[in-house]
Design a protein around this ligand. Structure first.
Ligand SMILES: C[S@@+](CC[C@H](N)C(=O)[O-])C[C@H]1O[C@@H](n2cnc3c(N)ncnc32)[C@H](O)[C@@H]1O
Length: 282
């Protein structure tokens, strides 16, 4: 359901006149899943439009995130990287919608049920990937490294990794293992972007407009799904391992692009950070 929420947001973003990112597949996922077939896929279908905390502000947040991470991945492949790993890929259709170099491989890791649903919708649309797309159905709490390497990932060649909207769902040791493992499976020249939440106490924002609307209107209680334990300092851990990291608020990119969410009181997005890490020669 969280992957469908992001897909609905991307559908809305796609059809905005000042769209930040285009995903023509997104609305088809929303329409194909009975649980959300009534969700809006155009801002015109939302009575309060941009003033709506869920389908206005929160959806725009996902639109901005999509654009920023599209740009990050495309910059990485321009430097010669040919392996892309999407961790918790959900209904991400970057393999289909971005212009990849022809010898690029995109590995999509998520649980089997999510990837099977995604495949069904994309097959019905006769969608053709623009890279070698490799779904890797595995739970990130299980042995995903074996699954990824068995699927053809080469740790000896540079790679770019993405954990978009993922880490805060995972128990802290799983995140630590994930970051350690990305370090172990990457050569110099590789890169990783991920989203983190810095709040010490997530429940402090329980009554924020975003969490309340998501919970009460579409039945997704994000705070129940997020792991509540203390989070590891993954950006710091990567720096300690010799990676260079830069940490941004989403609002930095709102200013850069001239559109997107701005801070507000009692803001569930206040602690969100987008982290960009690059592995250099020691
Ligand atoms: C909010 S969605 C984000 C999806 C996608 N990255 C995006 O931004 O559109 C979170 C995704 O993480 C996946 N996920 C959560 N826990 C996982 C786990 N333990 N193993 C594999 N995938 C997981 C979910 O299935 C879901 O597709």
């Amino acid at each position: 359901m969280t992957a469908l929420l992001v897909a609905a947001a991307r559908a809305i973003e796609t059809h905005r006149p000042d769209s930040l990112a285009q995903d023509v597949y997104a609305e088809h996922f929303v329409r194909a899943a009975p649980a959300c077939a009534h969700w809006p896929v155009r801002i015109q279908q939302v009575p309060d439009g941009d003033g709506d905390p869920l389908w206005g502000r929160f959806a725009r947040y996902f639109g901005l995130r999509t654009r920023v991470l599209d740009d990050f991945l495309l910059r990485s492949v321009r430097t010669g990287t040919r392996q892309v790993v999407l961790l918790g890929a959900g209904l991400d259709t970057r393999a289909f919608r971005l212009e990849w170099p022809c010898d690029c491989a995109v590995f999509e890791i998520d649980r089997a049920g999510v990837l099977a649903f995604k495949q069904r919708v994309l097959t019905d649309l006769s969608a053709a990937p623009k890279a070698k797309r490799v779904p890797v159905p595995v739970d990130l709490r299980a042995d995903w490294v074996t699954a990824l390497t068995a699927a053809g990932f080469d740790p000896a060649a540079p790679s770019v990794w993405l954990a978009e909207g993922l880490l805060f769902y995972l128990p802290s040791p799983v995140e630590t293992y994930l970051v350690d493992t990305v370090d172990r499976l990457t050569t110099e020249g590789s890169a990783l972007a991920f989203e983190a939440k810095l709040e010490k106490d997530l429940l402090e924002y329980r009554d924020s407009a975003i969490y309340t609307a998501t919970r009460e209107r579409i039945g997704i209680d994000l705070l129940r799904l997020f792991d509540k334990g203390p989070r590891p300092d993954s950006a710091g851990d990567l720096t300690a391992r010799g990676w260079s990291t830069s940490v941004h608020t989403p609002f930095d990119f709102t200013h850069r692009h001239g559109r997107g969410p701005l801070p507000e009181p009692n803001d569930a997005l206040e602690g969100n950070r987008w982290v960009f890490a690059h592995k250099h020669r020691p």
